[in-house]
Design a protein around this ligand. Structure first.
Ligand SMILES: *[C@@H]1O[C@H](CO)[C@@H](O)[C@H](O)[C@H]1NC(C)=O
Ligand SMILES: *[C@@H]1O[C@H](CO)[C@@H](O)[C@H](O)[C@H]1NC(C)=O
Ligand SMILES: *[C@@H]1O[C@H](CO)[C@@H](O)[C@H](O)[C@H]1NC(C)=O
Ligand SMILES: *[C@@H]1O[C@H](CO)[C@@H](O)[C@H](O)[C@H]1NC(C)=O
Length: 359
């Protein structure tokens, strides 16, 4: 009887109760930092089984909890981190903030997670209550995670530029100082189109790289910055398609801009690679934006223009990660390549993963 109680307490102490992995060691949190981060957002399903795990360092789980993914990532020395999102109006109140953080730390512990990725993309006015509450949230979350789960990682997702993109005027410097790394979402760069309302690249090269210089000019440590690249593109129905191939799109306003990429639909790389083959243009390359695109006609006869990223457009971005001495690279999202056994798909998928490491 007492033996059994002692045995139970030992299990509790060792944390192996509730460990869903084949071996209890796989529930131990990953604590070491790797020099180069490859940060993957996983939105659910089982395609993670086909990731190139020799590269992956962190998986942010935005789908529902998958114990099998946690065990497998740990077996590969990769971290698995929670998603954190909360309406900022709730956490202006310090007690509510603490309650949210405690809840996340307990969830991370019970699921054997190695940190949290805070993904708050709300509009915030400079100097507002939410502005200060957001910074405090990041700081207090990092303190709590580091204290309660030693070696854990707290990251925060930021817009492609710190210049109040989408009205997100955050205290980027203080946020960067208060967490382990910033994941810069270098995509959706047409979310606020002020000039001609036309289809353009999701992440034009020059604009993407200039924005990293903006972050670095604020004296944010490059080793805290992970570059995010898109593995998806935008499909725009053209209201008018000029002889020069310019596709004008519907005016869909977004956060103060008259026109935005919300006129298009986000499409997975898997879809893009199938659709480009049935397009009337085939794959085209825009020299100015350094991005691929194509044009196709739908069943009703309407022309669409599709902009995306592929190894050729991702490669110079990945090279810039090294040149600027950033912490690493990642993508939105890991699941949207074609992971089937079809030979062409296999090749395309391997090339997308390899492009993360540069040309
Ligand atoms: C505290 O958070 C809850 C949700 O968890 C929210 O409903 C409530 O309004 C918040 N309270 C304050 C004072 O912000
Ligand atoms: C917020 O305002 C301060 C002081 O006016 C300014 O230094 C800072 O750059 C502003 N931040 C953003 C994100 O616009
Ligand atoms: C629409 O496209 C046609 C054909 O390319 C062009 O002649 C015309 O100027 C365009 N109209 C507008 C409003 O852009
Ligand atoms: C996975 O990535 C490594 C580089 O870390 C590379 O050498 C290897 O070829 C990749 N595997 C596949 C199947 O492409």
């Amino acid at each position: 009887m007492w033996g059994f109680v002692v045995y139970l307490s030992l299990l509790v102490v060792c944390g192996s109760i509730g460990c869903p992995c084949d071996s209890p060691e796989l529930c131990q949190q990953i604590t070491q930092q790797r020099d180069f981060e490859v940060f993957v957002f996983d939105v659910g399903g089982k395609t993670w089984k086909s990731y190139n795990w020799s590269m992956v360092t962190t998986v942010a789980t935005f789908g529902k909890y998958d114990a099998e993914l946690m065990c497998y990532a740990h077996s590969q020395g990769a971290r698995v981190v929670l998603k954190g999102d909360v309406p900022l109006s709730y956490i202006v109140d310090p007690d509510n903030r603490t309650a949210w953080i405690t809840d996340k730390v307990n969830l991370a512990k019970s699921q054997f997670m190695d940190g949290i990725n805070i993904d708050i993309e709300q509009a915030v006015e400079n100097g507002s209550l939410e502005y200060y509450a957001l910074t405090a949230l990041v700081k207090e979350t990092t303190e709590a995670f580091h204290r309660e789960i030693p070696g854990s990682q707290v990251s925060f997702d930021v817009a492609w530029s710190p210049k109040c993109i989408d009205k997100r005027c955050y205290d980027y410097v203080a946020i960067a100082e208060s967490c382990d790394l910033l994941f810069v979402m270098s995509y959706d760069e047409q979310s606020q189109i002020m000039d001609d309302c036309i289809a353009m690249a999701n992440a034009p090269l020059a604009q993407t790289l200039e924005a990293y210089d903006q972050y670095l000019d604020m004296k944010i440590n490059p080793k805290k910055i992970v570059m995010g690249v898109p593995w998806y593109g935008y499909d725009y129905p053209c209201l008018n398609f000029s002889q020069e191939g310019v596709c004008s799109v519907a005016k869909v306003p977004f956060r103060g801009a008259p026109c935005s990429d919300a006129a298009g639909k986000q499409k997975t790389y898997k879809w893009l690679m199938q659709q480009v083959d049935s397009s009337f243009s085939g794959r085209l390359w825009d020299e100015k934006q350094q991005a691929p695109y194509f044009n196709y006609k739908d069943q009703s006869g309407q022309i669409h223009q599709v902009w995306y990223d592929d190894p050729q457009s991702i490669c110079p971005k990945a090279d810039a990660v090294k040149a600027k001495g950033l912490r690493g690279i990642g993508m939105w999202n890991g699941n949207i390549l074609d992971y089937s056994d079809e030979p062409v798909a296999r090749q395309q998928t391997a090339m997308m993963w390899n492009a993360l490491l540069g040309c």
